[in-house]
Design a protein around this ligand. Sequence first.
Ligand SMILES: C[S@@+](CC[C@H](N)C(=O)[O-])C[C@H]1O[C@@H](n2cnc3c(N)ncnc32)[C@H](O)[C@@H]1O
Length: 292
Amino acid sequence: MSAESPGLSISFWDRELAAVDAAISTTAGSEIPQLLQRVPLDVFALLQLERPSSWPNLCAFLPTMPSGQVQESWNGAQGRELLRMSVDFVTRMVARYRGGSRKPLVDSDVLDFGCGWGRLLRLMHRYVPEDRIYGVDPWDQSLELCRSCGVRGHLALSDYVPDALPFARSFDMIYAFSVLTHLSRRTTLRVLSTLRRCISRQGWLFVTIRPEEYWHYHDGGEEAAERIAAHRRDGFCFVPHDRVPIDGDVTYGDTTFTLDWLSDAIDGDWIIAGTDYSMGDLLQVVVTLRPF
Ligand SMILES: C[S@@+](CC[C@H](N)C(=O)[O-])C[C@H]1O[C@@H](n2cnc3c(N)ncnc32)[C@H](O)[C@@H]1O
């Protein structure tokens, strides 16, 4: 048996998993997070990767994973390596929210902005009932992947340069992982002001941004010096992908910006409430924003 085998990884939790498996098909959606709290997030995440046949009801509840190739091409990693990064982000975000929010997470409305294939949405089921979970992405293939994997929650197509979101409501928690790391300056500004209109008064927004060191890894570090110079000079550096422009602007590419640039850009709308850094994912700095 390899160290990565399903038996070795989660069998320590067999008693809890048996209880969850026995109850999950008859548990109301609103009670599911409480049931899933019986196992740690890491175990809940591993279950989605390994889908052990010993827990058929639980596996029927869990979304399937897209192929390793999809994971790799969207997130630059796959399998357990990617899962560790996903768990790390969710753990930090949830800790910040719980540490500062007066509203229990289980009663909060949560939006994944730029949800991709539902990598993080699927982990939020451990905390939030599915009718409080929302995801948007402007790429129909993202939503198609979420649906074909059985990711739960309200999913809808958003605009690339959004004036509004496709849900007429506000959110207590919004996160955008590896989204602002790809947007043009104009799109970044639009996204931040649109999300501001959709956050509740006491809400929390978590975004990831890239540090300037990212440019050493982009295109093998070619032109890193020029890009880092632009990042420092302008506070913002964007290299567009080969895409059709929207209103004269290619919205998607690779992006870095400084905290000072962000602070000026959101002045009067948001305040920067904190930053987090993980040794497991050095090119994604998590920035916590609160409504001003
Ligand atoms: C690198 S993927 C990250 C996906 C997901 N957040 C994750 O961490 O796995 C970037 C995502 O942003 C989406 N996206 C692209 N342009 C966007 C925009 N203008 N607004 C919101 N999302 C956008 C893409 O379709 C894609 O799903």
